[in-house]
Design a protein around this ligand. Structure first.
Ligand SMILES: [Zn+2]
Length: 240
């Protein structure tokens, strides 16, 4: 990444927040009762995580949960905690498309995007807090706390989305998945027309500009995929 990032928190601190949020979600949203769904998502996740360099592989304790929820959505939190809603299977219709989503989410984690979001949120709140102190009204600390606590689930911006797409396409290709399917995924997303998934579509570039950018990434991505396949790395994850 060739831009400056404002990050206020340590990796360990962000990992702790990510894990705490993940455990809360696991307590609130039921996991799928279908063992095959979990097996399928784990299969794809294993290939994606195996394609990380050794430092990123060991940086977190990677973990996958499949939530029983109709949203076509997925996320990855600092600390290496990945969540997939089983509603995603109606949009990401094969292992390559699922890998495209998961590698994109992992890309957000690798690029410390949550740290950036939480930091921006905290800085904004310091501004609010300073104003509040001057006005001597609501507890400044309270405002600060609420903003940072939820900072972990604020939407990503376009720059971050572009970075996650680039990292994700590279990663899925290195894992041996077909990067062309990342474009088909966006065709499916556009055609789906249902409720807009919060992470995958909310603040994102329009699907057409996103697909154009992904097409630009295809030549090097296809070369990475060919190389992976020729080394015998050919994922075979199937949802029965
Ligand atoms: Zn994203």
């Amino acid at each position: 990444m060739d831009r400056l990032q404002v990050v206020l928190y340590s990796d360990a601190e962000m990992a702790e927040r990510g894990i705490r949020s993940y455990r809360e979600m696991q307590a609130e949203i039921p996991a799928t009762a279908d063992a095959k769904e979990l097996q399928y998502v784990k299969c794809v996740a294993n290939y994606v995580v195996a394609a990380l360099d050794s430092e990123d592989q060991s940086r977190f304790d990677w973990e996958v949960t499949v939530f029983d929820n109709e949203q076509a959505n997925a996320f990855a939190l600092p600390g290496g905690k990945i969540g997939v809603y089983n509603g995603l299977f109606s949009v990401a219709v094969n292992q390559h498309q699922l890998a495209a989503v998961m590698a994109h989410e992992v890309g957000h984690v690798l690029a410390s995007h949550s740290n950036e979001r939480a930091s921006q949120s905290a800085l904004r709140n310091i501004g609010v807090a300073a104003a509040q102190i001057l006005g001597a009204s609501t507890s400044a600390l309270e405002i600060f706390d609420v903003g940072t606590r939820y900072g972990i689930f604020l939407p990503f911006n376009r720059t971050q989305e572009g970075e996650a797409d680039a990292i994700g396409v590279t990663l899925m290709s290195e894992a041996g998945f077909n990067p062309e399917e990342s474009i088909n995924l966006w065709v499916n997303m556009s055609a789906n027309g249902g409720p807009r998934p919060p992470e995958l579509l909310s603040t994102h570039p329009s699907p057409s500009s996103r697909m154009a950018e992904l097409r630009r990434l295809m030549p090097p991505a296809n070369a990475l995929r060919d190389s992976a396949n020729s080394r015998g790395l050919s994922p075979d994850c199937i949802l029965f």
